[in-house]
Design a protein around this ligand. Structure first.
Ligand code: TXA
Ligand code: MG
Length: 333
């Protein structure tokens, strides 16, 4: 096959996007399904391809923080401080939107989500394109986000005009979403940029509301980011007990462990060792879930991760992957 150089690929991606097409783009968090944020037809196509409900708003990706004012009506000092500290990077800011921002992008809300992603190829595409690109995670609604070009291909295949291969995503879980539009800063979706890190930059406390069920953010539905295989999250101690009581129909199973406290010896239970630090764990999480989901297991058992703030985004995604299946629920079965 004709082998394009990276520059040619970037020019091609920008041309497709200008013409209203869709390009899957690598970011540092997960792959996004990119389209022109000012083009209603492109935005409509994204919702159709993702099979995503219309009232779930999209994030607008920018090449540079200097473009903020083209989208946001009000940019508080905290927005500039955070952009300076974390962009390009895995932080999304919710700000009051300018009137011309498409309703289909914002789900009819008066706010818009904005971020500058940290991936050289996608930054180059954004510069060549010369505007904002909406880019929801490049998976079908409620499925695990893709962190490699192969995973995008498996999710959306030929429904996209181009997949820009930028290798495996560095961070591995979606950006932290911070609402700056209603007074007190509030985290709507935890990510690898923690509340403490944000608080340290803006010098004020940061609230968290992601545990409440907010229909505006699909990432907040319990059954989101979910593998097809039944998935449970249990502590190391619970895992032993749980495995002993599994019936033949529940096996074989795979167990994702990060600590050395899990001692399982069962012919039909495969152990996968996950990293014991949050950064590396996040990097591997979705790829691991995807691989194990397509393997012939009846069960994915995941060891619960530490309760501290470094792991918060991962705890959140594990809870969603398991649809809230934890020890309390499994015990009552
Ligand atoms: O890391 C990421 O953020 C990735 C990469 C591709 O940039 N994108 C991503 O997009 O995760 P998506 O569409 O899968 O999730 C966007 C989240 C949704 O939960 C959505 O509800 C929320 O952002 N969101 C978008 N606009 C919003 C708004 N105006 N107010 C509140 N939440 C908003
Ligand atoms: Mg998503």
């Amino acid at each position: 096959m004709f082998n394009m150089t990276i520059n040619q690929e970037i020019a091609k991606a920008a041309a497709i996007l200008k013409a209203g097409g869709l390009v899957a783009l690598p970011t540092e968090t997960v792959y996004g399904l990119g389209g022109d944020a000012r083009n209603p037809a492109a935005v409509a196509k994204i919702f159709a391809v993702k099979q995503r409900p219309n009232n779930h708003p999209l994030i607008v990706h920018l090449a540079d923080a200097s473009e903020l004012e083209q989208w946001a009506l009000e940019t508080p000092e905290t927005a500039h401080q955070l952009a300076q500290a974390f962009w390009p990077g895995p932080l999304t800011l919710i700000l009051k939107k300018r009137p011309e921002v498409l309703n289909s992008v914002t789900g009819g809300q008066d706010t818009v989500a904005l971020r500058v992603p940290r991936h050289p190829q996608t930054l180059a595409v954004l510069k060549a394109f010369g505007g904002g690109l909406v880019a929801p995670s490049a998976n079908r609604f409620t499925r695990v986000s893709p962190t490699s070009a192969e995973a995008v291909r498996a999710e959306l295949g030929h429904q996209v005009d181009m997949i820009l291969d930028g290798g495996m995503c560095e961070v591995g879980v979606e950006s932290t979403i911070l609402d700056l539009s209603r007074g007190e800063p509030r985290i709507l979706r935890p990510g690898m940029i923690t509340a403490e890190a944000i608080s340290a930059v803006i010098g004020q406390p940061v609230h968290s509301s992601h545990s409440t069920q907010d229909v505006r953010a699909p990432g907040m539905h319990l059954l989101h980011y979910a593998p097809d295989t039944r998935t449970v999250v249990l502590s190391a101690e619970e895992i032993q007990h749980y495995i002993q009581q599994l019936s033949a129909a529940d096996l074989p199973a795979v167990c994702l462990c990060w600590s050395d406290a899990v001692h399982v010896q069962h012919q039909q239970v495969t152990i996968i060792n996950m990293p014991d630090n949050a950064k590396d764990y996040a990097h591997e999480l979705y790829a691991t879930l995807r691989t194990q989901d397509s393997a012939p297991y009846q069960h994915i058992i995941i060891e619960a991760v530490p309760a501290n703030s470094d792991w918060e985004a991962i705890r959140d995604r594990l809870q969603k992957a398991s649809g809230g299946n934890n020890a309390d629920k499994t015990r009552s079965k």
